[in-house]
Design a protein around this ligand. Structure first.
Ligand SMILES: [Zn+2]
Length: 125
């Protein structure tokens, strides 16, 4: 890791802040789900959990996993090393996205691939 101690501190704080935010959101989601569980039947629960709620939950879950990975990489002094090609990840990128695990080139390549398969999935409908 080539980050200075100031940069590491800054990244650590960013990860802590992100963790608190996600934990708060997940807790809120569990509270809402618990309220539904106590008063409604299965059909109603399915309805409630459809659409935005599920998308939001899955998004938070993915965020949580990304955070766990970023935290592990931070502990291993690998925060600024691309997991795909070992190129350095600029600190400016980590400031904007503390959970970034790839350099911009590798991330762009993956997003391009995802976009293509997304479009492909829709056109087959
Ligand atoms: Zn890379």
């Amino acid at each position: 890791m080539s980050l200075t101690s100031t940069e590491k501190n800054s990244l650590n704080l960013a990860l802590n802040a992100l963790q608190e935010r996600i934990q708060g959101e997940l807790q809120l989601h569990r509270l809402n789900t618990a309220q539904v569980d106590s008063s409604a039947g299965d059909d109603v629960i399915a309805d409630v959990l459809e659409g935005d709620a599920v998308a939001q939950y899955l998004h938070q879950h993915a965020e949580w996993q990304a955070l766990q990975m970023a935290r592990a990489r931070f502990d291993a002094d690998l925060s600024d090393v691309c997991m795909d090609c070992d190129a350095p990840i600029p600190f400016a990128r980590l400031q904007v996205e503390p959970t970034a695990v790839r350099c911009i080139a590798c991330q762009s390549a993956i997003e391009l691939k995802n976009t293509r398969s997304h479009i492909g999935g829709h056109s087959s409908l």
